[in-house]
Design a protein around this ligand. Structure first.
Ligand code: GAL
Length: 671
């Protein structure tokens, strides 16, 4: 039975712990120190396969028995990870077909992690066996409260090229298309004599000249990888569900490139995200403007999959492997700021990675709360303070995130970006600008994925939907959007909308294809615009020159180029709502103006104001409204509360001008 996703009724703090990496004599002391710091849950086990099964079919539970019994004794809760991200050497030696491969077929060998593929029957059998043993042995253990399936599915690589993947890809395609003729049609293999005359001729995308693969194959490959991953997780979930105690949850830690919503529906009770904002501060890395604040984007995606989620790994120290990635230590205050960023966006459980830095191995530099010397330090004090903050703001736990608009996506278009560079450039540019505009103007948003299961109510929650570039459009999605607009919604779409079908082909339709009725426009012609420097700022990357149909209002026109004077922004009324069609990718200036035009910009301005560099989040529950302010830069920020509010972290009632310290956080309850 699946649990409801609202797993944590109160905020909870956890930590990732590896009992197998430390002398047993340290365990009791470690658990006592954790509890003193407010940590009530540990995640264990996810890389311990060789200890649990040192030889095929020979299971050893004694080490984890002792650890879990100790946890039960002292009242520490445990999340147990299935260890399938790290197949042992005996396994990969005996069954090399379980290894993942590079596109050129070279196998990725034992020695790192995630070196397996989802599709080898031997791997599925061996994973099922270890998961079954774990479920049977620990399913009823009193210390356990939840299970993590594998570790970071599709992290490190989401590309699989083993022989088992080739075989599974063929089966996937056979099930989808039924005949080679249908597949050849869908992929347009008539181009360049690519037609397949036997299923055995089809492979996962192997090396080809200039990487110029058939885009239909690449699009289906992404669907296939996602499907393989979900089936693999689903197989584990089905086994665990036979053994877990009522109330114990199944989760996995993400978020990576796959249909996470289907993964959630198929296998999980709750989603957990691994948050490492330090990736934004990596040395030698091109800086993104939002830096660590950009992690709010990932948290927003997680909230879309599971509105009340957990953090399985929250950064607590500097990041780095011995062979790659160099990151600074979180500065005093930053650890708490990043943990609060997670909480602001909907995390009700925050588990830090990791209790103490590993004294050996590839992650020698992926620092935990404690350093090698094991002394109390400022990071531990910050974790402790964060726990006190959570206790003080517990009434916010489970409150709904208040969004002004939804950024609409779907997996067909997301996957197509990996196959189509034009699509990717336009989509990525717009997404970055939309997020910047929303963040800097304090206009919070949700991400809404349109799926087969999506019903009209999911859309109707939002006064405005921004669906930037739905290049692939389906009848079903077009109908959902039409119903949304007809009942009063405002839909905003950008260039290239509706010119592709579900296979990524461009059918013979006047653009924006299935959206034409809604936009009331026709695309007369289109072009990349790198050469039009002046206009790039407001109307960047790509232009669709629009022709309004009768009844469509023109709001703006291009000022430059051979189509100067032609419409670039239109408005069309349908029922009680309207559609705005922008013939371009989105700039932050344009997004800001469109959100203002739609009446949803800066929704909290009547209650409080903050400078651009401060993120503002609003949460609501039972009629109460809470504001969370997060100050990312290393300098104080001035805010103004326009009415008295109670600061839950200090207990003070505040009003008027106030200062948030560098990396500071405040949580107010609006009276
Ligand atoms: C995650 C992973 C952890 C640890 C951490 C730091 O990707 O789940 O096991 O490796 O990052 O690299």
């Amino acid at each position: 039975m699946k649990q409801a996703s609202n797993i944590w009724k109160h905020y909870a703090v956890g930590v990732c712990y590896y009992p197998e990496q430390w002398p047993e004599t340290l365990w009791a002391q470690d658990l006592a120190r954790m509890q003193k710091a407010g940590i009530g849950t540990v995640r264990v086990g996810e890389f311990a396969w060789v200890l649990l099964e040192p030889k095929e079919g020979e299971y050893h539970f004694d080490l984890f028995d002792r650890f879990l019994d100790l946890c039960a004794k002292v009242g520490m809760q445990v999340i147990f990870g299935t260890p399938t991200a790290t197949p042992p050497a005996w396994l990969t030696e005996a069954y090399p077909e379980v290894l993942n491969a590079r596109p050129d077929g070279i196998l990725l060998r034992h020695g790192a992690r995630r070196h397996y593929n989802y599709n080898a029957p031997a791997y599925q059998r061996l994973c099922a066996a270890i998961v079954e043993q774990l479920g049977r042995h620990y399913g009823q253990h009193p210390a356990i409260v939840g299970w993590q399936i594998d570790n970071e599915l599709n992290c490190e690589t989401d590309e699989f090229y083993s022989a088992a993947d080739d075989a599974a890809f063929r089966r996937f395609l056979q099930a989808q298309y039924g005949s080679l003729q249908a597949l050849n049609d869908a992929w347009g293999t008539v181009v360049w004599s690519q037609c397949y005359t036997d299923w055995s001729q089809i492979y996962t995308p192997r090396p080809v000249l200039n990487g110029g693969h058939n885009p239909g194959l690449l699009l289906d490959y992404r669907r296939f990888v996602s499907d393989s991953c979900i089936r693999f997780a689903g197989m584990q979930a089905d086994i665990l569900r036979r053994y877990v105690k009522p109330g114990d949850f199944l989760t996995t830690n993400g978020l990576f490139f796959l249909d996470n919503h289907r993964l959630m529906d198929r296998a999980l009770d709750v989603y957990t995200y691994d948050s490492y904002p330090d990736f934004a501060l990596e040395l030698d890395k091109a800086r993104d403007e939002l830096l660590d604040r950009k992690w709010s984007k990932n948290l927003t995606e997680t909230r879309s999959v599971c509105p009340h989620f957990g953090i399985m790994e929250q950064q607590s120290g500097a990041g780095g492997w011995v062979n790659r990635m160099e990151m600074p230590s979180p500065r005093p205050g930053q650890l708490r700021l990043w943990a609060m960023q997670s909480v602001a966006h909907g995390a009700d459980f925050v588990s830090f990675f990791r209790w103490r830095t590993a004294p050996f191995g590839t992650e020698l530099y992926w620092h935990g709360i404690l350093d090698y010397d094991n002394r109390d330090n400022r990071k531990l004090r910050e974790v402790e303070a964060f726990g006190r903050d959570l206790a003080a703001m517990d009434e916010v736990c489970g409150a709904d995130f208040v969004a002004s608009f939804a950024l609409v996506k779907d997996y067909d278009n997301e996957f197509d970006c990996r196959a189509d560079r034009w699509h990717d450039r336009i989509a990525r540019h717009s997404e970055r600008e939309i997020i910047l505009a929303a963040q800097l103007s304090h206009t919070p948003y949700d991400v809404l994925y349109l799926r087969d299961e999506t019903d009209p109510e999911a859309l109707a929650k939002y006064p405005v939907l921004l669906y930037p570039h739905p290049m692939i459009m389906t009848e079903r999605r077009a109908a959902l959007l039409e119903a949304y607009v007809a009942q009063g919604g405002i839909l905003i779409v950008g260039c290239r909308a509706g010119f592709k079908d579900i296979h990524g082909r461009a059918p013979m339709l006047v653009q924006p294809g299935l959206l034409r009725k809604l936009t009331g426009t026709e695309v007369e012609e289109f072009t990349y615009v790198n050469q039009l420097e002046g206009e790039q700022r407001y109307l960047p990357v790509f232009h669709d020159v629009l022709t309004p149909l009768a009844g469509t209002q023109v709001l703006a026109r291009f000022e430059q180029g051979y189509y100067a004077g032609k419409p670039c922004l239109t408005q069309r009324q349908t029922g009680k709502g309207m559609t705005l069609h922008l013939g371009s990718a989105f700039s932050r200036e344009m997004v800001t103006r469109l959100l203002a035009y739609a009446g949803v910009l800066e929704p909290f301005d009547g209650d409080l104001s903050a400078p651009e560099e401060v993120e503002l989040v609003c949460r609501e529950t039972n009629g109460a409204r809470y504001y969370i302010a997060l100050n990312y830069p290393d300098r104080p920020a001035s805010l103004t509360l326009r009415r008295p509010m109670q600061n839950l972290l200090t207990g003070q009632t505040e009003e008027g001008d106030l200062t948030l310290p560098p990396f500071g956080v405040a949580v107010w309850k609006a009276e």
